[in-house]
Design a protein around this ligand. Sequence first.
Ligand code: NAD
Length: 323
Amino acid sequence: MKVLITGGAGFVGSHVVEELLRRGHQVTSLDDMSNGNEEFINAVSDHPNHTFIHDTVLNDELVDELVDNHDCVFHLAAVLGVKNCVENPRKVIDGNIIGTRNIAASCMKWNKKLVFSSTSEVYGKNPNIPFSEDADRVLGATTVHRWSYATAKAIDEHLCLAYGKEGLRVTVLRYFNIYGPRSVATPYAGVIPRFIDAALSHETLRVFGNGLQTRCFTYVYDCVEATIAALSAAADGEVINIGTTEETAIKQLAETVLRLSNSTSSIEYVPYEEAYGPGYEDTPKRVPVTTKLQTILHHTPRVSLIDGLKETIAWHEQQQRNA
Ligand SMILES: NC(=O)c1ccc[n+]([C@@H]2O[C@H](COP(=O)([O-])OP(=O)(O)OC[C@H]3O[C@@H](n4cnc5c(N)ncnc54)[C@H](O)[C@@H]3O)[C@@H](O)[C@H]2O)c1
């Protein structure tokens, strides 16, 4: 099958590319390299079934031509990260909404299956845990830029489902805190690469808030398997949570990273206001209901946090040796 993937030079996207190639598909990656990594593309650059295009999903003519020439699309390109939301909310809104509109409109026009990567952020601060896919979204005020990403992704979902109502074969996936090799410690990255980088460099691990907030950290290979499984017709028109139900407090995560990496670093608790500015709101817990993941995508996350962290730490150690 000819598969188009946007964001293919990114963390999750590059793993999806490799797995699709391993399964024998012909893959085109489209990435503007705003947060992509050349190393990840170089890993598959010699593969005869892979083509890389350095361009943007905001280029609607190119998107239309590419979608026409492929059998299906995985749309992962996005501007993400809590720090990005706070510092560049307009970039987050434009990048996510216009890009997805281009992709979804072309998939509709050419009758191609679309798998869209959304986020558990759309549930916002809904206190009713765990989240089933039809749970309410509870977001803060528009003056709190932190909610720009959740709002843009929710609009994207609405758009995908609206096209779905008109006949588009589309599946929306809500990822819950994906981590693993290739998740690098940029200022916009998630907490796991930041903690590992600090631990390996024997620098202080900075926990924002009191560290009692929990997340369900999901290993990237589980995410990739579930993402590819979403091509199935059974998933058409569905919104599906992709995540483990194993809850981990950020404080406990920091301690586990220190132990597994034999680090002498200490842990510092940083108030949210200091990390993200005044008025920042965090979500205390985020746990998925995984019934649809299991019954529609036939996937149960397999990799435990400890095993996944060991693999991820080993990858970061290798990166440091190569640097
Ligand atoms: N990693 C997570 O924990 C997580 C959680 C929830 C949802 N997601 C979603 O999964 C997808 C992949 O996330 P990731 O963690 O791999 O992030 P990432 O930043 O590593 O990957 C996104 C890629 O998209 C590219 N990109 C951004 N804007 C683009 C544009 N206009 N045109 C083309 N390419 C563009 C970036 O260069 C990057 O390579 C995103 O849609 C994200 O919203 C990720």
